[in-house]
Design a protein around this ligand. Structure first.
Ligand code: THU
Length: 132
């Protein structure tokens, strides 16, 4: 799967986004080493803080389907003029399982940038940080 195809999988998730409050649909597509792709969309809530981002939807789907250690790339697609960079909470959640993940951030016109998660979350706190 090419980066462009993964970004398109992320854009295709906009139709499932539940965004009555922000009106800002986000889609995500997480590619595993064996070619499996887990997709996600953002799901908002009247209690705003309970909202789940598209990336974490995809992440939870992967973990709960037994794909925990083989993540290669995640694409994140928004509809804004700026690239849809993952929020801090999503960076942290992704870092737990895949500190070497590639992140593709796409904007509304379809353009995207590729940045390593380690650059988006330098000096990250992960499982190894808890070793005594
Ligand atoms: N959102 C995501 O799903 N992923 C991001 O990377 C940034 C923000 C969602 C959360 C909320 O539903 C909407 O975008 C506006 O913040």
């Amino acid at each position: 799967m090419t980066d462009r195809e993964l970004v398109e999988r992320a854009f295709a998730m906009h139709k499932f986004s539940y965004v009555p409050y922000s009106r800002f649909p986000v889609g995500a597509a997480l590619l595993c080493a064996d070619g499996t792709v887990f997709t996600g969309c953002n799901v908002e809530n009247a209690a705003y803080g309970s909202t789940i981002c598209a990336e974490r939807t995809a992440l939870l789907k992967a973990i709960s389907e037994g794909h925990r250690e083989d993540w290669q790339t995640i694409a994140i697609a928004g509809q804004g003029e700026d690239y849809c960079w993952p929020c801090g909470a999503c960076r942290q959640m992704l870092y737990e399982f895949a500190p070497n993940l590639r992140v593709l951030a796409a904007r509304g016109d379809g353009q995207f940038q590729c940045v390593p998660l380690r650059e988006l979350l330098p000096y990250g706190f992960g499982p190894a940080s808890l070793q005594g």
